[in-house]
Design a protein around this ligand. Structure first.
Ligand SMILES: C[S@@+](CC[C@H](N)C(=O)[O-])C[C@H]1O[C@@H](n2cnc3c(N)ncnc32)[C@H](O)[C@@H]1O
Length: 282
């Protein structure tokens, strides 16, 4: 469903870990919104997993919300997982693993809730949903936020004036996410979209922000080598067509989703020789 390069993703988030929190304004707002949605749900998970935890912003909030739950977290980038471990210093019981969300080091049906905020856009949703379904118990809940196709539309349009190379990821549409959830065995998917606009003084300021949060272009089809000064100058110039009241907008379309593992559903077949690490208390 996408053409992302996992090694490039891991590397850019490893590098970004140190300064991520300084740039992650939207990411915190989205995490807060996703967390607030728990208030409408009557769940009491024994085990909850944060996939793509980043620097672990949500971990203390999840622990506070679900006091009796065993909260687990993983991230594909070592730098991010280390930052989350540092944040977790006062509540050491939360294990934070370096692990790929497509291949979780967990037994089948061992988790009651998966929470994932703004990590799925870096993953293949079909593979990720199948893996989430594998580790979730019956009646388990998946709740996530990810970016939709309108995200960074100004940047996509500005680059389109310069060349036809992929400079911005292709983000998956809400309806395709819904279909992928159902295909993976989830029931009652609920999805909705919210748009956010951040504004910047200059294209340079926007690019610096994206770099700080590790959102580099990790599309495998990207142009190898430097963008080139002249092409970048033309890109900046065409982005100016969006300037409004002195500021340059960057639009983000955020898809919020939730789905359930139906009660009585047969356990999904475990694939291949995946690693299984037993977790105490699970
Ligand atoms: C934009 S950050 C969001 C972090 C955090 N959830 C937050 O709300 O601040 C995306 C995170 O997803 C992680 N990630 C990307 N691909 C992943 C994968 N396949 N498995 C686990 N984590 C992944 C990245 O390393 C990064 O830390």
């Amino acid at each position: 469903m996408n053409d992302l390069n996992p090694a490039a993703i891991r590397q850019s988030f490893d590098r970004a870990a140190r300064h991520y929190d300084e740039g992650a304004v939207l990411q915190r707002a989205v995490a807060d919104e996703l967390l607030s949605r728990f208030q409408w749900l009557r769940i009491a998970p024994r085990t909850l997993l944060d996939v793509g935890t980043g620097t672990g912003y949500a971990l203390p909030l999840l622990r506070r919300r679900f006091r009796s739950a065993h909260v687990l977290a993983c991230d594909i980038a070592w730098g991010m997982a280390s930052a989350a471990r540092r944040r977790r210093v006062l509540w050491r019981k939360t294990p934070v693993w370096v692990a790929d969300g497509h291949d979780l080091p967990l037994r089948p049906e061992s988790v009651d809730c998966i929470y994932s905020s703004l990590a799925l856009q870096w993953m293949d949703p079909k593979r990720a949903f199948a893996e989430f379904r594998r580790v979730l118990r019956q009646d388990g809940l998946l709740t996530f936020a990810t970016f939709g196709p309108d995200t960074l539309r100004e940047m996509r349009a500005a680059w389109a004036q310069v060349d036809d190379r992929p400079h911005v990821h292709t983000f998956v549409d809400m309806h395709d996410l819904g279909d992928a959830l159902v295909d993976s065995g989830f029931a009652d998917p609920v999805l909705d979209v919210e748009r956010y606009t951040l504004t910047y003084e200059s294209v340079g300021a926007l690019m610096r922000d994206l770099k700080r949060i590790g959102a580099h272009n990790a599309a495998t089809g990207r142009f190898p080598g430097l963008t080139g000064k002249e092409r970048y100058r033309r890109f900046k110039q065409s982005y100016e067509m969006f300037r409004h009241e002195g500021r340059l907008p960057a639009t983000y379309e955020v898809v919020y989703g939730q789905a359930w593992v139906p009660p009585g559903a047969p356990a999904p077949v475990s694939l291949g020789d995946r690693r299984v690490i037993p977790i105490r208390g699970v």
